[in-house]
Design a protein around this ligand. Structure first.
Ligand code: 3PG
Length: 390
């Protein structure tokens, strides 16, 4: 894989760089809940600034429709300034004349941050005119936003029609980490949870040949259990997932490498919680976590891995009584990583769960991406990477 790295740019002095970052961080009532994505982007900005570039930082936040004040990037610009220990000027627009005039007046090493790109429909529409305006007055485009590189959006795709495009350091790191999974040291063990099977099954299909085991949990496992004929009571299931799930069965027999929970934690309508074998889930019960027998079986497998990938919680981990399975698996993955196995974890909720173990530092790579990581590993198109990797 050849990456058109930022390192290849000979002279950055006074060059105006449009840096597409992904600072789509969780914000509640104006307060940033987690700044991992911002802190991972600092290295590229430092590199540009210390070489005399004039840096325009552009990102999206959430999925606003039009101008929605609660999705303004002001708090992100403030946090970036704090982390960088350098001034970051927030511009309350993106393509307006006033914004362009300020950019034209920037001095060597200065940083500005644009307002939320998704306040403009042109961004969502991958609109060429919008992209051209973004590129006007700019010398170089740098993509450091792996997490949004699966989207067909103007600042990720169309803009490359007008500017030479390079990869930032975070993008490079993400790609190199994912390569370790695409060409794994074996045994490769994949742990998949979360809600909807269809978002994960392309990846299961793709990694199936390479993987020694694929361990399933979370609500998506309910669809597999149901297809196999187990009672799932009032558990979250998706009727439309049946064709997706079917591919992993021959008749009612699950393909060899895929493991489903053998026991689960269930809660009935009255709030009573108990451990149940998957065959014994009652009509008024809801599956909310994997059970101890499953944890033990998954632990035995995780302990054999040389490469580990994890995406998606194994239960309703945001509720304390149902986080045990997710935390146990997170702990096992962290303990096995950094030496014994190469461990890669991705997805917002998955990383939140991992943090609860206080062992996050042992995992080899925490991807800043959720959907993009799944798309990339599934071998699907990543339009944001075109012209940047080949
Ligand atoms: C993410 O958080 O996964 C990325 O920022 C992409 O966001 P999106 O799913 O809103 O495009």
């Amino acid at each position: 894989m050849h990456i058109n790295s930022l390192r290849k740019i000979k002279n950055l002095k006074n060059k105006i760089v449009f840096l597409r970052s992904d600072f789509n961080v969780p914000i509640i009532e104006g307060k940033i809940q987690d700044d991992y994505k911002i802190s991972q982007g600092l290295e590229t900005i430092e590199w540009l600034v210390t070489r005399g570039a004039r840096v325009i930082i552009a990102t999206h936040l959430a999925k606003p429709s039009g101008w929605q004040k609660e999705f303004s990037l002001k708090p992100i610009a403030r946090r970036l300034q704090l982390l960088l220990k350098r001034p970051v000027k927030f511009l309350p627009g993106v393509i307006e004349d006033k914004v362009k005039t300020t950019i034209a007046k920037m001095k060597e090493g200065e940083i500005v941050m644009l307002e939320n790109l998704r306040f403009y429909s042109g961004e969502y529409d991958n609109d060429l005119r919008f992209a051209k305006t973004l590129a006007t007055g700019v010398d170089i485009y740098v993509n450091d936003a792996f997490a949004v590189s699966h989207r067909q959006q103007a600042s990720v795709v169309a803009i490359k029609k007008y500017l030479p495009a390079y990869a930032g350091f975070l993008l490079e790191k993400e790609l190199r980490a994912l390569l370790k999974v695409a060409r794994p040291r074996k045994p490769l063990v994949v742990v998949m949870g979360g809600v909807k099977a269809s978002t994960k099954t392309p990846l299961i299909s793709k990694l199936y040949l390479q993987a020694t085991y694929i361990l399933l949990g979370g609500a998506m496992a309910n669809d597999f259990l149901k297809y196999q004929g187990y009672p799932v009571g009032r558990s979250l299931v998706h009727a439309d997932q049946e064709p997706v799930v079917k591919k992993f069965f021959s008749g009612k027999k699950l393909k060899k490498k895929i493991m489903l929970p053998s026991d689960v934690l269930v809660q009935n309508k009255k709030g009573m919680v108990r451990i149940s074998l998957v065959a014994d889930v009652k009509k008024d019960e809801c599956i909310l976590d994997i059970g101890p027998q499953t944890i033990a079986a998954y632990a035995d497998i995780i302990k054999t891995a040389q490469t580990l990938v994890w995406n998606g919680p194994l239960g309703k981990f945001e509720d304390k009584p149902f986080r045990h399975g997710t935390i146990a698996v997170a702990t096992l993955i962290a303990a096995r990583s950094s030496g014994l196995a190469y461990g890669l974890v991705g997805g917002g909720e998955t990383v939140d769960a991992l943090k609860l173990t206080k062992m996050i530092q042992y995992v080899d790579w925490i991807s800043t991406a959720g959907g993009a990581m799944l798309t990339y590993l599934s071998g699907e198109a990543m339009p944001g990477l075109q012209k940047i990797i080949y």
